[in-house]
Every structure is written in C-alpha cells, then in structure tokens.
Write a protein that binds this ligand. Structure first.
Ligand code: ADP
Ligand code: MG
Ligand code: MG
Length: 882
C-alpha cells in the first residue's frame, strides 16, 4: 500500500516535506482507514478519540503550549486530505482551540487583541458552517451587515471592538440555529471537527466531483491535525498559493498569488484582491527568496510542476501544502517536454505524463484568444470544439436554416430523440438542462458536434422565439458562439482558429512564434510514442483524400476501407440493375460495368498508401440500402399509374424493394451472406482490388491489399468465399503476368465467430475485430436505437458508467476478443490481429488491446495521433508490469 492510500495526498506530502527539512508546522495524520470505519458504522473507531488526545498531548509538549490554555494557547487546524486531490471539495477547520478564555490569552501572548478576535470569529464561522451544518450565508450576512454599519469595505478595516461584536453575534447565531452554545472545550471542538471532516467525504459536491474524475467512492479521507501558523497577524504576515511553472501554459517561471494579513482560505475565496507572487519580493524579500528556493527544491524532488500553499507569520515562512499540480493540456505537454530537455525526466516519463484525451483537446479548433467576447452564460462543456451560428430553437428550424447554408446552433431546454435531425444539421448544440450524460451530451459527442449543456442561465421561450440570458434578450436567428471545452456561451460570432498542433501534424505547417513551444512539445512526445509503441495505428479511410490525410497524421496503413460508399451517387443505378437482374447475363453485365469504377477507386487509395497495408472490406450493408425508400417509391408508382404513365422499371424496383424488405436488417442479408447469395459479387470486388494492385505493380508501386470478409459466423462461409477470391487472384496473376500480393482475412464481429476462432483461423491470414457489431451482438443492443433512448438513464442508475460503444466492455466483449485472439493463434501462430471498430481510437480500449496482444488498431484519420500516443503509453505500461 502506498503512503498516500493511508495518509492521503496532503498528509503524505506534509510528511515528505518535513523529512526534507522544510518549515512545516508540526502535526499528525489520522488515516483513511479510520475514516472508512467511521463512514461504515457512523461511530468513531474504538480508541480513536483517546489516540487523538495522546497525539495532541505530544504536540503540546513539543510546542510548550496547551490547547485552550487561558494564557498562551496552542491552536490547530483540522484538514481533510484524500488520496487523490479534490480541491475545495471537503472541509477544513482552522483555529481550533479558541474559546472565551483562551482568546484573551492569545491576544495577550501575541500582543494583538485584534488578531486574537479575528481568529476567534473565523473559528466560529468555520466550525458553525462545517461542523454544525449552519448555512454559511448566516455568518457571511452578519459580516456584511457589520461592515456596512461601520462603513468599511474589507474585513481588515474592522477594529477589535468590531471583531468582539462579531464574535458575540456569531455565538448568538450558533445558539439560535442549534439550540446549543458553541463548545468551549477545545478537545470537544477537535473531536467534532475530525468527525465533520470524515463526513465531508460524503457531501454532494464531493460525490459529484469523484464521479466526474473517476475517483473511487470507497477510499475515504485522511485528517491532518496541524499546529496553526498565522497569516492574519498584521501587515508583516500573509498567505499565498504558488506554482513552480505556469499551470495554464506550462511556461517556465514562478506563478502565484499573495494576500497580506490573511488566513489561507481568504486567498482562494477572493474576498480581497491578491497581489501576484512577484509583488511579495517588494513586501518581504527574504521570505520571497526562501520561497523560491523551496519551490526549486520541491520541483526537483517531485520532478514535476508543484502547487504550494504557504503562510508568512511575522516574516517567517511556513509551507502548508504541496502537490503535483493540475494543469491544462497545453501545460502538460510543454512541461513534459521541458523537463526532458532539462534532464529531469526521460522521454518515457514524458510520455506517461500526457494523455490522448489531452492531445485530442489540443487538436480541436478554439476560439481566437485575442478576439473580443461578450459572455452570456456558462454551462457544462460536454463535447469539445468551438462553434458559432444562428440560434435555432427547434430542430425543424435548424434543419431549414442549415439547408440554406447557414451555420446554426440548436438551442433547446433539453434534447430528445426527435431533435436528432436538428442536432445533425447544427454546428453545435446548447441546452439549458442536463449534464455530461444528458441526451444532448451523449449524442453530440457521438457525432463529434460541439455541445454545451446545462446552461441554466438560459430562459428559452420557443413561442416568442427568444432566449433570456443574463438580462439580455437573444432572438431566434441571432448569432451566438459556444465553447464545448469551457462551457462558455458568447454573444455574436467569435472567430475560430484551427489548432496549430493539428495544422503542424497534418500539413507540416510552421507554427507561429507563440505556438512554437507547444507544437515542438507535442511533436517530441508523439515521435517518442511512435518509437516505443508496439501496437500499430491504421486509419479507417474510404477515399484517396482520407487515405492521404491519415498517412500525413501518422497512420501505418488502412485498417478499414469500406466499399459500399463506392456504390452510391450515380453508381446507384448500376446497383439497381444488379439487384433487378433476372438472369445471369443481365447480372454479369451490371457487374462488368461496376468493375472498372471500383478498380479506379482502389488504384488511387493503393497509390496513397503505397508500401503500407490497405484492408478492403467487401460489401457489407443490406442491398435495400441502395434502393429507394419503399413508401416514397410506392407513392410515385401509384401517381404514375393514376396518370397513365406506368413505368415497368419502377414496378420492378418496387417489387424488389418489397422483396428485400427485412424486419431486422442488422441481422439480415448482409456481409458475407450477401456475397454468397448474390453470385458474382465477391468475384467482381476481388477482381477490382487485384487488378488495381496489378496496375500499381505495373506502375512501379508497392501495393499491399488485404481483402476482408465481413460478418462471418462460421468457418464454412469463409472457406467458400476465400476459394472464390483465390480463384480470381490466380486468374489475375496469369492474365497480368505479375505476382500480386494479397492477404485474405475476416472480420470477427459475430460472437459465434469469436467462439469458433480456432476453426475460422484455418482459412484466415488475419482477423480484424469489428468491435461495433461485436458489441451490438454481444449486448443485444441496437446502437442507433439504444444510445439516445436509455443510455442516459442507465448511466444515472449506475448500470453503465460509460457506453460500451465508446470504450470497450472489457469483461464481456473484451473477453471475447481476448479468447478469439488466443484461439486464432493456436491454429495460426502468425495470425495478424487488428481492431477496426470505433474503439480503435479510444484510449482505454487501446490499453486493453495492447494487453491481449492485438497487432494494430484502426480509427478515423483525425484520431490517429491520439491512438498513436496511447499505443505508445500502453507499450510502456506493458513494460512496467511484465
Ligand atoms: P483544501 O484541501 O481545501 O486546500 P486545506 O486543508 O489545505 O484545504 O486548508 C484550507 C486553507 O487553510 C489553506 O489555505 C491552508 O493553507 C490553510 N491552513 C490549513 N492548515 C493551516 C495551518 N496549520 N496554519 C495556517 N493555515 C492553515
Ligand atoms: Mg489546500
Ligand atoms: Mg460490421
């Protein structure tokens, strides 16, 4: 067990800093184990109160002062601190140990009565709100009232008499609200504060934060009891927070804020304006110098950006907390790179410190930072990106305006499946209700649409065609902009800039000077990821343009080239002819006309991917997808007949549509089944691929086509189709006189195929796991139907934490993939294994695929950098735990 598991991050780091000889106020830590026991039973574990008293007694001996001493009292803080940092989510109580008697002693011993009463009112307020559960506003209101009465703006302008009054008022508030007096016994205060901090693990905001950050519920918090040091002892004292580098940009230099005559809470609470850390140098040079030394030492020790809380008491520096600091994606890459350059960490460590999600954020377009913005409100950034457009309050409006070529933002209170057309048509989606798992958020993310949801500052009136927000009226048709990362909603069009990182990766564009450090950092980490990664990254690409882009972005081939797109548009008519063919001659003639068109497609793609594998999937969707809609056609035919313009072709087509209609197309005549049912289809497609490859060989190229057969469920299907492809291959070889290399393999996307992978492998050179269909068929979920319909409910009810279509379901679908991989390789040790579902671009899934020995993943071209980065990280993980 790590120290942090028991002591929490704060406790472990306090111990570490003490060990390093830094000026840390003495104290002790109550373990997370005690907290877990308390939360489970509702009782303090036996003996804990006594143990706390013993440790306090030891502290008192060390400090030569006693808790509650009426002459010179010891004061302590009681601080929460879990294993993972949850800033501001749980409670802390300062100045424990003050009461009506010891406050007098503190005033006398410190020579400042004002300071003593300032501390006492703070204790009453924090204890009242945290331990006694009194609404914090009750105290804040009294403070405001007093300031108004005295005609002052800041708490530092209140004098001793005012603070005495405030103490009396706060004590009255406590009596009125709880029916009891504020406990005068310091030990009672301490025990109650410890219980309150334990309980603060369970507050709503803490629970919500953990859910969002993926922090387990059952860890509990440690409690740190620590001797108080005082930043509120007059102008020579103060409190601050600082960072060893800029956590926003990663730029070197020290950053932070300082507030004179204040306790730590005041700095973040924003009650007075802080001064930038550099200002401390003028106020107290020795303390500033000492602090910069401490910062350097901590960064060297933790080998990372540190964030530090400090307090200066009478020109004496105390360090109260440090942790490895949270940072933006930009800072993460820049700091990782800078630290390699400085020789602090090695490239492997740099790679471990960034994530694919962070990279993805850097690849999205952003609003121009320099552009002026009028802020309307802020919601939840649910799907990243930046989008501007006209406000449309209904799905129909969004569709209509988008059809006219307008950019549209669909603005709804919340969305439901009926809004889908509008969401598709819009540039972005904005809702007033719902969080990251709302319908709008889930669907928008799935579509790659920018989305801000839960912007509850929006008051939407669809009938009047207006939105009230922040005292303004925004009319339907007005332009707004939404930032799917920050959740900001802005008035008007804000210029959007493409990511400099993407422009560099995609087009090799030289970055502007301000972006150079970031672009260099990403390039450095990416190069290392590509170096150490074992898992190859290919792209899903159906066109030469996509193939070229994927290659520029680092793809090592195409893992999925769908051929059905090649049957659309003007070629649809040829497919109709194929379907309507009544005899072999008609069928062959339709196929013969399709052949040269398909061949030309493949020549171009193979050219773009010269020297790299291109996996071409034979036609997969049901044939009726290429035919007109049944209802529309029926109406047309009826009208023609009524007007005496009977069309034989349309009648034949209508018959075919009716004949091909399926109750459950997803489970019907598609994939390999189609290839077997429609004679000549497989041969035509195989011939197009192989002749294209032969053309490329003749032109001096290095084509590496792979023919992939979809939806195989039994080895018998594959045996049949493979033989057909091989026959074509040898025919083309003879006709062209060139040896065309080709691999023939199958998708594993039907559970039965996964279960019988050992037999299927006998006829396959490779497997490509189609994890989309495999997930649908394993769960019995029709993706298009279920994701919007009830996944949000399933997530709210805790049945699913993440959609199995987004991230591989390791226990179910993943187990099938793992066992199929093993079975396949039992038959054919050199069997090549890939994944071509959307999971191929998902970081968590990539780590899983690495762990079961998959050879490559394939994802959309834009996802290739993210997958490459995660493949590198996954390889490092594998190395650490062999
Ligand atoms: P959080 O985890 O929310 O930051 P902390 O336990 O760090 O809570 O405490 C809140 C504030 O109180 C911080 O600014 C901290 O510096 C200050 N503080 C905590 N303990 C002491 C202490 N012993 N002396 C002076 N200030 C303290
Ligand atoms: Mg803190
Ligand atoms: Mg499929």
């Amino acid at each position: 067990m790590e120290q942090k598991d028991l002591l929490g991050g704060k406790g472990a780091n306090l111990a570490e800093m003490t060990r390093l000889g830094l000026p840390v106020p003495p104290g002790f830590t109550i373990t997370t184990e005690a907290c877990r026991a308390y939360l489970e039973t509702g009782w303090m574990p036996p003996g804990l109160d006594r143990e706390i008293d013993e440790h306090v007694a030891a502290l008192e001996r060390t400090m030569g002062r006693r808790l509650g001493d009426p002459h010179d009292p010891l004061l302590v803080s009681v601080r929460s601190g879990a294993k993972f940092s949850m800033p501001g989510m749980m409670e802390t109580v300062l100045d424990i140990g003050l009461n009506d008697a010891s406050v007098v002693g503190l005033g006398r011993a410190s020579g400042s009565e004002r300071f003593a009463y300032d501390s006492y009112r703070r204790l009453l307020q924090m204890f009242g709100a945290t331990v006694l559960d009194i609404d914090a506003a009750a105290f804040a209101d009294e403070l405001e009232k007093l300031k108004a009465e005295r005609g002052v703006f800041a708490d530092v302008d209140l004098d001793v008499a005012d603070l005495r009054t405030l103490v009396a008022t706060y004590q009255r508030v406590i009596r009125q609200r709880t029916g009891r007096d504020f406990p005068q016994d310091p030990r009672e205060q301490l025990h109650a504060a410890v219980r309150a901090v334990f309980s603060s693990w369970r507050t709503d905001r803490a629970v919500l934060y953990r859910r969002q950050e993926g922090i387990p519920e059952d860890l509990g918090t440690a409690v740190n009891v620590q001797v108080m040091v005082f930043g509120n002892r007059g102008p020579g004292s103060g409190s601050g927070v600082c960072f060893t580098r800029d956590p926003a940009s990663g730029a070197p230099g020290v950053y932070g804020d300082y507030l004179a005559d204040a306790q730590g809470e005041d700095v973040v609470a924003g009650i007075r304006n802080t001064v930038p850390l550099a200002g401390l140098e003028d106020l107290d040079k020795p303390a500033f110098d000492q602090l910069t030394e401490v910062m350097a030492l901590l960064e060297e020790h933790y080998r990372d950006l540190c964030d530090i809380e400090f307090t200066i008491e009478d020109r004496h520096l105390w360090i109260l907390q440090t942790r490895v600091g949270k940072r933006t994606p930009e800072a993460a890459f820049r700091i990782a790179h800078a630290m390699v350059t400085e020789g602090v960490i090695d490239p492997d460590e740099a790679l471990r410190r960034v994530t694919g999600d962070q990279l993805a954020q850097l690849l999205f377009p952003h609003f121009d930072a320099a552009a002026e913005r009028i802020h309307l409100t802020t919601g939840v950034g649910a799907a990243p990106g930046a989008a501007s457009g006209r406000v449309a309050l209904t799905s129909a409006k969004a569709v209509a305006w988008a059809d006219l070529g307008e950019d549209v933002i669909l603005v709804r209170r919340e969305t439901n499946p009926d809004d889908l057309p509008g969401m598709i048509a819009a540039r972005g989606v904005l809702t007033a209700r719902g969080g990251k798992t709302s319908h709008a958020a889930v669907v928008a993310r799935g579509m790659g649409r920018t989305c801000v949801c839960g912007a509850d500052g929006l008051d939407i009136d669809v009938d009047r065609g207006e939105v009230l927000v922040g005292g303004r009226v925004v009319l339907e048709g007005d332009v707004v902009s939404i930032d799917g990362t920050t959740g900001d909603v802005l008035l008007g069009a804000v210029p959007v800039t493409d990511s400099p990182v993407l422009r560099h990766l995609d087009a090799g564009e030289e970055p502007a000077e301000v972006d150079r450090a970031l672009v260099d950092a990403v390039a450095f980490v990416m190069a290392h990821a590509a170096d150490v990664g074992r898992l190859e990254v290919r792209a899903n690409a159906d066109t030469p343009e996509d193939a070229a882009r994927a290659r520029r972005l680092g793809a090592r081939g195409i893992g999925l080239c769908r051929t059905e797109h090649m049957f659309l548009g003007p070629r649809r008519e040829l497919v109709e002819r194929l379907i309507l063919a009544e005899d072999q001659t008609a069928r062959e003639s339709a196929l013969a006309d399709l052949l040269p068109l398909q061949r030309a497609d493949f020549v171009e793609i193979l050219r773009e991917m010269d020297g790299l594998p291109v996996t071409i999937r034979l036609i997969d969707p049901p044939l009726h997808e290429f035919l007109p809609d049944h209802t529309e056609l029926a109406v047309e035919v009826a009208l023609e007949d009524a007007h005496g313009h009977r069309s034989t072709r349309h009648h034949a087509l209508l018959d075919a549509v009716a004949r091909l209609h399926e109750q459950n197309p997803m489970l019907g005549l598609r994939g390999v089944r189609l290839g077997i049912a429609v004679p000549g289809l497989v041969a035509m497609q195989a011939r197009a691929v192989l002749e294209a490859a032969a053309d490329r060989v003749a032109a001096g190229g290095d084509p590496r086509p792979e023919i992939m057969i979809p939806l195989v469920a039994t080895a018998a299907e594959l045996v049949l189709v493979r033989a057909e492809v091989e026959k074509v291959a040898s025919a083309v070889r003879t006709e062209r006189g060139v040896d065309v290399p080709v691999r023939i393999g199958t998708m594993i996307e039907v559970p039965r195929a996964a279960l019988t992978a050992d037999r299927i492998a006998a006829s396959a050179d490779f497997f490509s796991f189609g994890t989309n269909d495999l997930t649908q068929l394993t769960w019995g979920f029709s993706r298009d139907d279920v994701e919007a319909a009830f996944f949000p409910i399933y997530r709210d009810r805790g049945i699913l934490s993440v959609s199995p279509f987004e991230s591989i379901d390791v226990d179910g679908v993943g187990a099938l993939v793992g066992s199929a991989a093993r079975l396949g390789r039992e038959t054919r040790p050199d069997l090549h294994l890939g994944v071509c579902g959307e999971h191929g671009g998902d970081p968590r899934s990539i780590h899983f695929f690495e762990s079961v020995g998959i050879d490559y993943v394939s994802c959309s071209p834009f996802r290739v950098p993210v997958a490459t980065l995660e493949a590198g990280r996954a390889a490092l993980e594998g190395r650490r735990t062999p």
